[in-house]
Design a binder for this molecule. Sequence first.
Ligand SMILES: [Fe+2]
Ligand SMILES: [Fe+2]
Length: 278
Amino acid sequence: MEIDKKAFLDSLGGPEAAGRMDSEARADALESHMMDQLNRAKTGDPAWDKPKLEKYPTVAEVEQQIETRKYREGVGFMYVPRTGENVRRLPPMPAKPTLYDFFKLRFMDTSNHVLQSAALAMKNGMSEEIILACLLHDVVQEIIRTDHGWWGAQLFEPYVPEKVSFAIRYHQALRYYPDPSVGYEYPDLYRQLFGADYVPPPYIEATYQMVRKHSWYMDARLVTVNDLYAFDPDAVVTIDPFIDIIGRHFKQPKEGLGNDGSPVAHMWRTIARPDQPL
Ligand SMILES: [Fe+2]
Ligand SMILES: [Fe+2]
């Protein structure tokens, strides 16, 4: 990784202030600066941060990109860094990890995006269930991106109200279909990601038709409305404003996520211990 020396020294308060630090403190500061840079590079990379294009590719051109990559698009962000850098050793998890611990220690590539979405939902006066759905809607993309609505709903189903997992599951299908009644338009980003002439597959169309008639349609729709389709690098977001909502609506297992013997405990362990070979 290239270090911008001036930016690094500025972050310490200038060359003079840096000169007053002992070598140990400077080395620590350099390491944290590099991690910060890496996180910026990484969080800047996910799909929702693609630069706006003048001309969108066709579906055929998107297909041609497949063989230019060292990874398949469906693999999760924590498993294959899109920067081409090596993966980093992860901090250990506590013995009984909570959702908060996963946000702090594992959801490195997705947390900024979902925190921004949840913050927008809160600003827009959404219900606590919608805010929670926004907070959780994409974090499963740490391990898998393909069909992430379904995977994400499954990951959270044992721990959240049914309406929240419903909204997470179906936000994926609804995002392809505009709803002018709430000002939701087809995202430009998808013209870039899927191709300008993309037509969603039949299972997505069928899911949309089903959800459209469902009494909880608007719950899933509001996740797409408060979703962010562009990354704001300047947004300062933390999980703190959502701690109470998590406390009220997320059933934290006392053994810790991954240790509770639930049907999805292995998914939490997969996030907690991604360096296990088998
Ligand atoms: Fe999503
Ligand atoms: Fe999203």
